[in-house]
Ligand binder design. Structure first.
Ligand SMILES: Cc1cc2nc3c(=O)[nH]c(=O)nc-3n(C[C@H](O)[C@H](O)[C@H](O)COP(=O)(O)OP(=O)(O)OC[C@H]3O[C@@H](n4cnc5c(N)ncnc54)[C@H](O)[C@@H]3O)c2cc1C
Length: 381
């Protein structure tokens, strides 16, 4: 009955389903284990009527016209340019570090330092701190030290649960300093927030399409079985294609061990005040156990009484009920485990992996939408 079974309804699965059904007239079944569509980009009103992102703040940004045009079929955009500040020494400083941060961090010699940075690297450049550290000028090196200590180190330790010694020097070296006055977090051509929220995008992509059926609250393992004959759907051989966007280790009952991830514990609070913090996202780079606080009204532009905030506490993913794997911990050992799972799949030639979980890698929204479009093009042409 179905040409495709797609496991997962995040941007990976939803994009594939929408294009297959709409452009190629394919019959698609989406199996989703949560009770809603949208994966980690799902948003909903909290009990105070404020739109929050249930699985952490998501800001859309892309340089891809193709992705922007595609998603614009399903939403209009709230014109929002993301700016992040870090809370350091009782001040809010723009991050990534730029020439405005310089003024706050080094109030006495900001002008001299600015001139030096612009002279040496050029206005508008993005310079990794490793390059600053290798500079002969002591003043330039002190900027690198400031960024490392106040913006990078503690934040990274919290995010990845590491000691300073465990942090890869190659990663540290890549932390950027922007030789510019542009406070925007992303420099992409297109950026914004979906005017009516992300969930609405998914609804527009998937609902009311007679070629798409959606099965919520269902782990695909309940209906899909991997046998010597092939992939079975409801105990019958499935001859269509299966696109899987979930975690591969869990699909095969972790038989080679779990793929390591970091997870997040989100703590939501409602405050009876108009505004809580200066920007939508404040990073806590030297203090607190949480990494950042998001104030949703400032992200979505919503007018509402009071304000809702969300604190993010990173922790190790254990697979415990209710936990969600968020960030793959990509290293050689973990990729070796991943490859063992990939090997199982070599005998199923109608099974395709797509998305941040199935591919065990990080994707931004635009990148996974593009990847999904490319997979469909490859399969259908
Ligand atoms: C905290 C955080 C913040 C982020 N912020 C941004 C941002 O600001 N901008 C940006 O561009 N990107 C951001 N991202 C990345 C963005 O979340 C991903 O690009 C996007 O979620 C990838 O979509 P996906 O479909 O691959 O995965 P998901 O959205 O995770 O969807 C996978 C779906 O598969 C379902 N599933 C899994 N296993 C099964 C199973 N066995 N059976 C049935 N269903 C199953 C899950 O329930 C889920 O709905 C962020 C990521 C994180 C972790």
């Amino acid at each position: 009955m179905y040409d495709y079974i797609i496991v997962g309804s995040g941007f990976a699965g939803a994009t594939a389903a929408n294009i297959l059904a709409d452009r190629h007239g394919k019959k698609v079944l989406i199996i989703e284990k949560r009770s809603h569509i949208g994966g980690n980009c799902y948003d909903e009103n909290d009990e105070h009527g404020i739109l929050i992102h249930k699985y952490g703040p998501h800001i859309f940004h892309t340089d891809s016209e193709k992705v922007y045009e595609y998603l614009s079929k399903f939403t209009q955009w709230y014109d929002y340019s993301h700016e992040v500040v870090a809370y350091v020494d009782e001040d809010f400083i723009p991050v990534p570090f730029n020439l405005n941060t310089l003024k706050i961090a080094f109030p006495n010699d900001a002008e001299v330092l600015r001139e030096k940075l612009v002279d040496i690297y050029g206005y508008g450049k993005k310079v990794p701190i490793l390059e600053l550290k290798n500079n002969d000028d002591e003043d330039i090196r002190k900027i690198a030290d400031y960024v490392y200590e106040n913006i990078f180190l503690r934040y990274t330790m919290k995010q990845w649960g590491k000691t300073p010694e465990e942090i890869d020097p190659a990663v540290t070296g890549r932390v950027p300093v922007l030789i510019s006055d542009d406070n925007r977090y992303f420099q992409d051509t297109y950026q914004g927030m979906p005017l009516d929220g992300y969930t609405k995008i998914f609804e527009n992509m998937l609902l009311n399409n007679e070629n798409i059926d959606i099965m919520l609250d269902t782990d695909c393992k309940e209906v899909l079985k991997f046998t010597d004959k092939g992939i079975m759907y409801n105990n019958e051989l499935f001859n269509g294609r299966v696109i899987f966007t979930g975690p591969l280790d869990e699909l095969f009952d972790n038989r080679f061990g779990r793929l390591p991830y970091r997870t997040l514990n989100f703590v939501n609070e409602y405050l009876d005040k108009d505004s809580f913090q200066p920007k939508a996202v404040v990073n806590y780079t030297v203090s607190e156990d949480y990494t950042r606080i998001t104030e949703y009204k400032k992200l979505t532009g919503q007018e509402a009484k009071g304000t809702s905030i969300m604190k993010e506490y990173p922790m190790t993913y254990t697979g415990e009920e209710g936990q969600i794997p968020y960030y793959a911990i990509i290293n050689e050992d973990n990729l070796a485990i991943y490859n063992k799972y990939l090997n199982i799949l070599s005998k199923y030639n109608n099974f395709y992996l797509l998305g941040r979980l199935a591919e065990y890698k990080y994707y931004n929204i635009d990148a996974i939408v593009l990847k999904s479009m490319e997979l469909v093009e490859e399969l259908e042409n």
